[in-house]
Design a binder for this molecule. Sequence first.
Ligand code: ATP
Ligand code: MG
Length: 258
Amino acid sequence: MARIYTLVNQKGGVGKTTTAINLGAYLAQHGQRVLIVDIDPQANATSCLGIDKHGVEQGSYQALLGGVAPTALILKNERLNLSLLPSSSALAGSEVELVDEDQRETRLRTALDTLQDQYDYILLDCPPSLGLLTINGLMAAQDGVIIPVQCEYLALEGLGQLTETIQKVRAALYPELRVRGVVLTMFDRRTNLANDVVAEVNRHFPELVFKAVIPRSIRLAEAPSYGLPISAYAPDSVGAKAYEALAQEILAEDQPLG
Ligand code: ATP
Ligand code: MG
């Protein structure tokens, strides 16, 4: 059985993709079999791993709507020991196309079910919206959602809406859906504001905030342009250390699965 976590926050630019890639890279470095699933039409996770989205002929769109088995769609980076179910521009139409499909909320979950034995961790990178792609991401989040929150002014804005969506999904479709944790991102210790945000998020999500806090780091922002996770681009940087700490925290908390 794989652990399946979904990176979600409908607010854009908070670090969902950066967390999916770099957490995934460190989990892989710890010997875990890791698959990143890109269900964002922007295909940022795909690009961050050095894949040109325009060159992707088949990806998560085909798994969701084309009836193609995901195993046939996965790209493996042997050097990083990291697998990717890529996104492509085709996914942009899927919000509309899914509306008329049977099982429109659970198509991703069904597709990923076939991969349970092949991976230890599956990390889903969602788009910045609460549409059907994200709902598919929530329904597939077998072991919970991970919510990145940027340490800045209005950080909590929109989290009420996200919590409400999670509650609606629980009530209507998936009572077991849990929040695995909140990751504080782009923390700048020089500002009082960042410290205030940390305190506020801890108040809002008691017991759910990961101890590892991700600092603002230029290296983290640069790595995607080289198509590399931070573990390969700048392993000694503060951002790298923070994502490694996050991976270790999650590994330590997750009980071995039978
Ligand atoms: P979207 O909602 O558009 O999918 P996202 O939530 O996935 O965005 P990212 O793409 O991970 O957010 O990050 C937004 C931008 O901030 C990117 O340019 C990324 O490189 C940069 N970034 C992310 N985390 C950090 C960090 N800790 N320090 C500096 N830059 C960062
Ligand atoms: Mg993203």
